[in-house]
Design a protein around this ligand. Structure first.
Ligand code: GCW
Length: 656
């Protein structure tokens, strides 16, 4: 099969140190065996020689130990040099595996001088959500088709194995194998129609320390067994789920649990029966609890049938309004999965106020690696700096220091069922991610969930060194680090969002969603634009703790990058930069295109340092990105010029 090795590309390199060619395995287990296999594979690819594997102590070797009492945290590890050997000690089997991957990274990037290291994964759950459908398509997939499914069959091949190694190498420990929009056939994934094949995946995942989850259809008892309702308080419905879950665990003892999208964008849910989301989630949680399974329940619940004329209803309020009153009502094995922002993965959004609101509920932060609204893996947009800002956001839920990071790692309220989840950006394209550089987001997500103390820059550099080598690291790091701000400049200004082609979500269409039912408006008129979310407007700002509720509500204190998210602002109002709003819009859109041109120039300088196919693929995407940026610039500038009648003070070309 033809696929790239991504960051596990163990290209040949000279390795002189003798200790590295012997592996002494002083612990047992199936995950340990994966670690051994990985080490063997890496060393043989790098040196052309299989390392020798001993099942006892030897001299001059890399020794693997398992030490559950290692005072380091769950699934942590230590790597150190002792005399002429290296010791990799894991707190668990997964710890050993992570230690081996870390050690291999040090070898590959020439950073053995960083030893000793000790590390423990910071986020308890480090999940990937696949939006793969069983017909082989991927919702919001920009890298080909699914490698899990084809034509309603579950695939099993080398690529799946490679995928699992990639995931384990970045610390992923939970994978949801199907789309949250569970269609007809996918509803059968938890039945005998598919369970045996799902089991094969679960077993493979388990060998790499990863638990398998499925998205489930809340109306499964109706679709599969002819029930006339799926009311969570109906005993027969609850029993149906208990039986279904019992059977799943008979077949797949290592099964992780369910992910649920309910009452959202047409999916069934408890609202139909006047029940709460706590009723719905708890019903499933009780079925899973005896086996240690969990329910991950999404908070992406809003009215998608809004009237654009109605200025009081505010989609941004929805998640908080729907869930805050339920705080404390969920079973221990329920986790609420909360999208990073109150809307939907826009290029810039404030952090969801639910993180600072819920205190007695398990929470997991959901981000989107798939670049649905951020360039669709055609345009470059390295998302780590965005996620970093989100994790660092101080919610002030218990005074200063109650950051999202503290909350989702479980340190704020002492939850142990929490972490991060991400919609993955992979598909069956040769390079997995469409744009080769988009794999930086895949890699970076895992690394950040393992260790949020790493900077975005360090992660970018590490990924580049592993994937392409050190020669291109500085330039590519710069290209990646500049990419989100650049993308933001040529798309929608100051947090307003949504000026995209409807449904497709690539390219500009300023009014595409303006008169639609999705609750996504910019409200531009001849005087200005933006949404008043202050108490005088929709009141959304009040969902934040102080000082944020006051800061966001104050036109002068509101962080400028979010100005239009929170306020209606006139075109002639002066921003902190001294520019008027309209001039800011023109300037950023011209700059955005210029920055794309500079990026291409910089990238061209790397032509001889990158593999030809990588260069060609990325270069072709960059051409498309430039076209896209130009289209955005001209449409946005023309639109606001027509609305405002104000010319660009620098006299640049704006189409009439
Ligand atoms: O961002 C939106 C997407 C939908 C997606 C939904 C969700 C899976 O446009 O395609 O559905 O969010 O997160 O449920």
């Amino acid at each position: 099969m033809d696929f790239s090795n991504c960051w596990l590309d163990y290209r040949p390199m000279e390795i002189k140190e003798q200790a590295l060619s012997a592996l002494s395995v002083l612990c047992e287990g199936e995950i340990i065996e994966s670690a051994v296999k990985e080490y063997q594979l890496a060393l043989s690819r790098m040196t052309g020689r299989e390392p020798e594997v001993f099942r006892e102590k030897t001299n001059r070797c890399v020794a693997l130990y398992l030490e559950p009492l290692l005072p380091i945290g769950k699934d942590g590890y230590e790597i150190k040099k002792e005399k002429d050997s290296y010791h990799i000690t894991g707190q668990s089997e997964s710890g050993v595996l992570y230690g081996v991957f870390h050690f291999l990274r040090l070898i590959r990037t020439g950073h053995m001088d960083e030893l000793p290291v000790s590390n423990a994964p910071e986020m308890p759950l480090r999940m990937m959500n696949h939006w793969d459908n069983m017909d082989g398509t991927i919702e919001r997939g920009y890298s080909g088709n699914s490698f899990f499914y084809e034509n309603y069959e579950i695939l099993y091949n080398e690529r799946i194995e490679q995928y699992v190694r990639l995931m384990a190498s970045i610390g992923i420990n939970a994978i949801v194998i199907n789309n949250v929009n569970v269609h007809q056939r996918e509803t059968y994934l938890i039945t005998d129609t598919y369970l045996e094949q799902v089991k094969q995946y679960a077993a493979l995942f388990a060998r790499y320390g990863i638990q398998l989850f499925t998205s489930v259809n809340f109306a499964a008892p109706m679709e599969l067994s002819g029930f006339d309702n799926c009311d969570p308080l109906n005993d027969k419905v609850a029993q149906w789920w208990k039986d279904a879950v019992k059977h799943i665990y008979e077949v797949i003892p290592e099964f992780g649990g369910f992910l649920v999208k309910a009452d959202s964008e047409g999916r069934p849910g408890p609202f139909t029966y006047d029940r709460t989301h706590a009723d719905g989630a708890n019903m499933l949680a009780k079925a899973l609890a005896p086996y240690g399974g969990i329910v991950v329940w999404r908070c992406f619940v809003y009215n998608c049938g809004q009237d654009w004329r109605d200025k009081k209803t505010d989609r941004a309020r929805a998640a908080y309004d729907n869930f805050i009153a339920l705080d404390g009502q969920f079973e221990d094995n329920v986790i609420l999965q909360i999208k990073n922002g109150p809307m939907d993965f826009q290029v810039r959004e404030p952090v969801s106020p639910l993180f600072g609101g819920l205190k007695k509920t398990n929470m997991i932060l959901e981000v989107e690696i798939a670049q649905e609204y951020t360039g669709q893996q055609i345009d470059l947009c390295y998302l780590l700096p965005m996620w970093r800002e989100i994790l660092d956001f101080d919610t002030f839920s218990e005074g200063e220091g109650s950051t999202v990071r503290q909350i989702v790692k479980g340190a704020q309220y002492g939850q142990n069922c929490c972490g991060m989840a991400a919609v993955i950006n992979t598909g069956n394209d040769y390079n997995w991610t469409g744009n080769d550089l988009a794999a930086a987001n895949t890699y970076g997500y895992g690394r950040m969930a393992m260790n949020p103390s790493l900077t975005s820059e360090a992660i970018a550099k590490e990924w580049i060194e592993l994937t392409f080598g050190a020669a291109v690291a500085d330039d590519l790091t710069k290209i990646l680090m500049d990419s989100w701000p650049t993308y933001e400049k040529y798309t929608s200004p100051l947090g307003i969002g949504w000026m995209v082609t409807p449904h497709y979500h690539y390219g500009p269409d300023v009014d595409g969603y303006e008169y639609d039912r999705w609750g996504t408006y910019h409200r531009a008129d001849r005087n200005g634009l933006g949404i008043d979310r202050t108490p005088a407007g929709t009141g959304y700002t009040a969902q934040y703790n102080e000082p944020w509720s006051a800061i966001y509500a104050d036109r002068n204190l509101c962080p400028e990058e979010l100005l239009l998210f929170f306020h209606y602002v006139r075109y002639d109002e002066v921003l902190k930069s001294g520019k008027t709003l309209i001039q800011h819009i023109y300037d950023t859109h011209f700059e955005g295109v210029e920055e794309v041109e500079e990026m291409i120039e910089r990238f061209d300088g790397l032509q001889n340092k990158l593999p030809g196919d990588v260069y060609d693929r990325v270069r072709e995407r960059m051409e498309r990105q430039l076209e896209n940026a130009i289209e955005w610039r001209d449409r946005i500038n023309t639109y606001f010029y027509r609305k405002s009648g104000v010319p660009d003070e620098k006299g640049r070309k704006i189409y009439e």
